[in-house]
Design a protein around this ligand. Structure first.
Ligand SMILES: NC(=O)c1ccc[n+]([C@@H]2O[C@H](COP(=O)([O-])OP(=O)(O)OC[C@H]3O[C@@H](n4cnc5c(N)ncnc54)[C@H](O)[C@@H]3O)[C@@H](O)[C@H]2O)c1
Length: 323
């Protein structure tokens, strides 16, 4: 019987790039996305698309009764830290409650394997760096809490019902392919905002705070190319054969401050950027950098792309986005 991968949030940024790679590698892909943040034009004709909520039992019954789903890649979420501080209701409902509904429908249809997109935000303010998987998890915003609650739910469902899971905690996802990239209505991620400044699509880059305990006072993040995230998912599917549930931090062991990103972009694009220092944002830790030792050892995952690759690929996309 033909096997499928169900991708929730496949019309969004990371989901659409993972779908692109899955299709290139010959996998059969189903997407559920309600297009609240994604775009239908990000979806390939080769994908079987269900427009709607990934927690909707009617859609899930329809998908699971019609297709033999082997793996679920769960990207759909509300994923904006400052917004989650203002609007926690959305984050607990869309991330936690809808994932609960997804899991009980997986249980009902005996679909066992899920790869869950978690985040560095589950760690909160780091007490040691780089952050490994055993680092204490004390989120400082509702987004991080909603994801941590899902991580715990996966463990409990696995113990009780034999569900198998992999948790990937991405640090800052960035980069693009020629066909897919970041295309949000309201952009809050640093690299697209920086590139839009180079392209004169915005007047200033807001640098949120320059008094963090970091080398230049601005926040430090670990940027990971989306194609490396896609690679981790492909390796993750093979890892399920070992029947072990695991969590992995996906980062590069190296962080860049906001000012360093601006500097890299100025050099690469041979341009001068305009920025202004503004207030720190609530819920933003000073430094988030991951060690990827565990992912290297257990999955054989090594990131291929540098910060220069990330900035250049995003720039090509933003100059001429396809949607
Ligand atoms: N972008 C990052 O830097 C980053 C970092 C860490 C973790 N993550 C996680 O990766 C995942 C994907 O992030 P992204 O940047 O691609 O976000 P995105 O907003 O571009 O994509 C999310 C997609 O999910 C869809 N969606 C949201 N709620 C839905 C629902 N209830 N039903 C159906 N579809 C729904 C949206 O329409 C969108 O297409 C998220 O789970 C996010 O928490 C992202």
């Amino acid at each position: 019987m033909k096997k499928f991968i169900l991708v929730t949030g496949g019309a969004g940024y990371i989901g659409s790039i993972v779908c692109e790679i899955l299709l290139k590698d010959g996998y059969n892909v189903i997407v559920i996305d309600d297009l609240r943040d994604g775009k239908s034009s990000a979806l390939s004709n080769e994908v079987i698309f269900f427009e709607g909520n990934y927690g909707d039992p009617l859609i899930l019954d329809n998908v699971f009764n019609t297709y033999s789903v082997d793996f679920i890649f769960h990207f759909a979420a509300s994923a904006n830290v400052p917004d989650s501080v203002k609007n926690p209701e959305l984050y607990y409902e869309n991330n936690f409650i809808n994932t609960f509904k997804l899991l009980i429908n997986m249980k009902k249809h005996e679909v066992k394997k899920i790869i869950f997109s978690s985040t560095a935000a589950v760690f909160g303010e780091p007490i040691s760096l780089p952050i490994d998987e055993l680092h204490p998890k004390n989120p400082i915003n509702p987004y991080g809490y909603s994801k941590l609650m899902i991580e715990q739910m996966l463990r409990d469902f696995s113990n009780a019902y034999g569900m198998q899971f992999i948790i990937f905690r991405y640090f800052c996802a960035a980069g693009a392919t020629l066909d897919h990239g970041e295309s949000r209505l309201h952009e809050t991620h640093l690299i697209p905002i920086v590139l839009d400044n180079a392209l004169k699509k915005n007047k200033f880059i807001n640098v949120f705070g320059d008094s963090y305990q970091t080398k230049d006072g601005t926040g430090i993040r670990d940027y990971i190319h989306v194609l490396d995230i896609a690679k981790a998912h492909i390796l993750g599917m093979k890892y399920f054969d070992q029947n072990i549930n695991e969590d992995f931090n996906l980062g590069t062991n190296h962080g860049f401050s906001v000012l360093e990103i601006l500097n890299e972009a100025e050099i690469l694009l041979n341009t001068k950027l305009n920025y202004t220092i503004t207030e720190k944002r609530e819920g933003d830790p000073a430094v988030l950098v991951a060690t990827n030792k565990k992912a290297k050892e257990k999955l054989g995952w090594i990131p291929d792309y540098t910060i220069q690759d990330i900035i250049s690929s995003s720039f090509i996309w933003r100059k001429n986005p396809k949607y």
